[in-house]
Ligand binder design. Structure first.
Ligand SMILES: O=C(O)C1=C[C@@H](OP(=O)(O)O)[C@@H](O)[C@H](O)C1
Ligand SMILES: C=C(OP(=O)(O)O)C(=O)O
Length: 455
């Protein structure tokens, strides 16, 4: 973190946003690119890696486990300087015992996927994280990993810090996910890499499939079948040799969401975001905004590194309320805070269902969104797993009472975006965590014409 103490920020009513931007690389793909290339045989390169704190925590952990990881300057298109990450893998099963505690910072993905990797290596490792991560549930990964033979000792309630005693003789499992979570699915698949035989994960609701795509591209035998009830059955043959690759990470749709929604909810705006990952497991927000009447178009659809990618243009729109059904939630799970900001400016009452998982993110996002919208003068109602927002049909009142962000980057960014369509602006109590997923957020947004400043 750049600042030792909380660092508030203010966003004020803005209009006429315009520009053509790219957002940093996808966070989910960046974590996986580092972890899987660290297990490959040979040297991989990664262009477009997200250099956010969450991903840097993964890089540090993989180094501590023996992979060679360096950051190099290279020439991009037209000889512009670019950054390339170079990873020398240790091979499946080749991770070394770390000499110190592995600190995964603010990142649930880093912690849970890494726990999967550690579980089936014969080593002892201690994992921790920041105050937010130490509150998040780890039993959802520890339980299946213990079935594979690891011993995982957590604090009460399945919280970090945790000690992972990896097993020397892993056993493959067939596991049906009790919660829709790509992190749990991925942790089991990563543990399955160093396990003889077939590891099978059944997911009743589809979640993002970056792990499956990348494992397949690196030469693992991994198949996905769909059962009659729609459940996905993912089967991984253990102990593959993963081949090193040159990878390119596309832009993060969860980051693109902020400038795009800003373009939709401010007057006289047209914002282009290029090179955005449009994986069907990640596109729920786009589908929802279009249902709300957003002038949002996708152009130049293409494939980047095995992921669908496109350029998006968002223009000011009179949004109308929407109902998001529970089955769509996994494809937009990180986008609900910024969708709530859009709904607050829409005409009519929006309802979002299937939000139980929002309660165990960097903060209890359901509560944090409800509290923040109330500070903005917007009427909201919540239940255990749903949210209703009475839209203002235009700018919200806003106000100077700071929104409490609870060390949650997405809450900070969502309420700064809402402040751009708030008559009295919006203040967030702390914008430091934005660096975990979207370094350069402030500069990108102000470059588009957003009025965002320190308090
Ligand atoms: O697998 C991933 O990269 C992620 C999965 C999601 O978490 P869950 O698996 O807990 O739903 C998401 O919220 C997180 O930002 C990234
Ligand atoms: C939930 C998120 O990330 P993680 O679970 O990796 O902390 C997020 O980025 O919104």
């Amino acid at each position: 973190m750049t600042h030792a103490a909380p660092h508030p920020a203010t966003a004020r009513l803005s209009h006429g946003l315009s520009g053509d931007v790219t957002v940093p690389g996808d966070k989910s793909i960046s974590h996986r690119a580092l972890m899987l290339s660290a297990l490959a045989v040979g040297r991989s390169t990664v262009d477009g890696l997200l250099e956010g704190e969450d991903v840097l925590a993964t890089a540090a952990a993989m180094r501590a486990l023996g992979a060679g990881i360096t950051r190099e300057e290279t020439a991009g298109p037209d000889d512009t300087p670019a950054i390339r990450w170079v990873i020398d893998g240790v091979g499946v099963g080749g991770l070394a015992e770390p000499a110190d505690v592995l600190d995964m910072g603010n990142s649930g993905t880093a912690a849970r996927l890494l726990m999967g990797l550690l579980a089936t290596h014969p080593l002892v490792a201690v994992m921790t994280g920041d105050a937010s991560l130490r509150k998040r549930p780890m039993a959802r990964v520890a339980t299946p990993l213990e079935k594979m033979g690891a011993k995982i000792v957590t604090r009460a309630g399945g919280r970090l810090p945790a000690t992972v005693i990896g097993t020397r003789s892993p056993v493959p499992i067939r596991y049906r996910l009790p919660v829709p979570s790509a992190q749990v699915k991925s942790a089991i698949l990563l543990a399955g890499l160093n396990t003889p035989g077939r590891t099978v994960v059944v997911e009743p609701e589809a979640t993002r499939d970056h792990t499956e795509r990348m494992l397949g591209a690196m030469g693992a035998r991994i198949t996905v079948e769909t059962e009659a009830d729609g459940a996905r059955v993912i089967t991984l043959d253990g102990q593959p040799e993963l081949s090193a690759r040159d990878m390119t990470v596309p832009g993060d749709p969860s980051s693109a969401a902020f400038p795009l929604v800003a373009g939709l909810i401010t007057e006289g705006s047209a914002v282009t975001v290029r090179n955005v990952c449009l994986n069907p497991g990640r596109d729920g927000l786009i589908r929802t905004l279009v249902e709300m009447g957003a002038d949002l178009t996708v152009t130049n659809p293409r494939d980047v590194g095995g992921e669908p990618v496109g350029d998006l243009v968002a223009r000011s729109s009179a949004l109308k309320a929407v109902t998001v059904p529970a089955e769509r939630a996994p494809s937009m799970i990180d986008e609900f805070p910024v969708l709530a900001a859009a709904a607050a400016t829409a005409h009519g009452t929006s309802r979002f269902e299937g939000l139980a998982e929002l309660r165990v993110k960097e903060s209890d996002r359901l509560q944090a969104v409800a509290d923040g919208l109330a500070r903005a003068g917007v009427t909201v109602r919540t239940g255990e797993d749903w949210l209703e927002v009475d839209g203002c049909g235009g700018p919200v009142p806003g106000g100077t009472d700071a929104v409490v962000t609870h060390l949650d980057h997405r809450i900070a960014m969502a309420f700064l975006v809402l402040g751009l369509a708030a008559r009295n602006g919006m203040v967030v109590d702390d914008d430091r965590m934005i660096a975990t997923s979207f370094p350069g957020f402030r500069a990108l947004m102000t470059g588009l014409g957003c009025d965002i400043t320190d308090l």
